[in-house]
Write a protein that binds this ligand. Structure first.
Ligand SMILES: [Zn+2]
Length: 125
């Protein structure tokens, strides 16, 4: 992925919009699950999800101001990257997208874990 000049701002915007999505989910859940305060959010973040965790925490604190999640603690669970190597025919650990297979050097890897972010659990009241 090519980032334009001043790419850092672009990255922060990315995390900001992720946090806005998280807050949307929390507010939708609050309506259907009948809670009015979020105390803790456990967030699973894959190593390949291209999420900058410091930027995410910073954005989260900004986004939740004045919301039901204003006091919420953010717990991050990092999920390692894993891919299926079609040459070795086995799962291999990958550190970043477009890594080569650590065993055979093949680039025919299909990422099957660690490329997503999701809310795993909530503590609410
Ligand atoms: Zn391989």
């Amino acid at each position: 992925m090519h980032l334009p000049e001043g790419g850092m701002a672009g990255i922060a915007m990315h995390e900001l919009s992720l946090c806005e999505n998280i807050l949307q989910v929390l507010e939708q859940q609050a309506e259907s699950q009948q809670y009015h305060k979020v105390k803790t959010v456990w967030l699973e973040i894959g190593a390949l999800a291209c999420v900058e965790i410091d930027a995410l925490r910073f954005s989260f604190d900004a986004v939740v101001q004045g919301s039901i999640a204003e006091q919420a603690k953010l717990e991050i669970i990092e999920i390692p990257g894993q891919a299926w190597c079609t040459a070795c025919r086995r799962n291999v650990a990958v550190q970043q997208l477009y890594d080569l297979c650590p065993h055979c050097g093949s680039y025919h890897l299909q990422v099957n874990s660690g490329d997503q972010m999701r809310i795993k659990e909530l503590e609410v009241e």
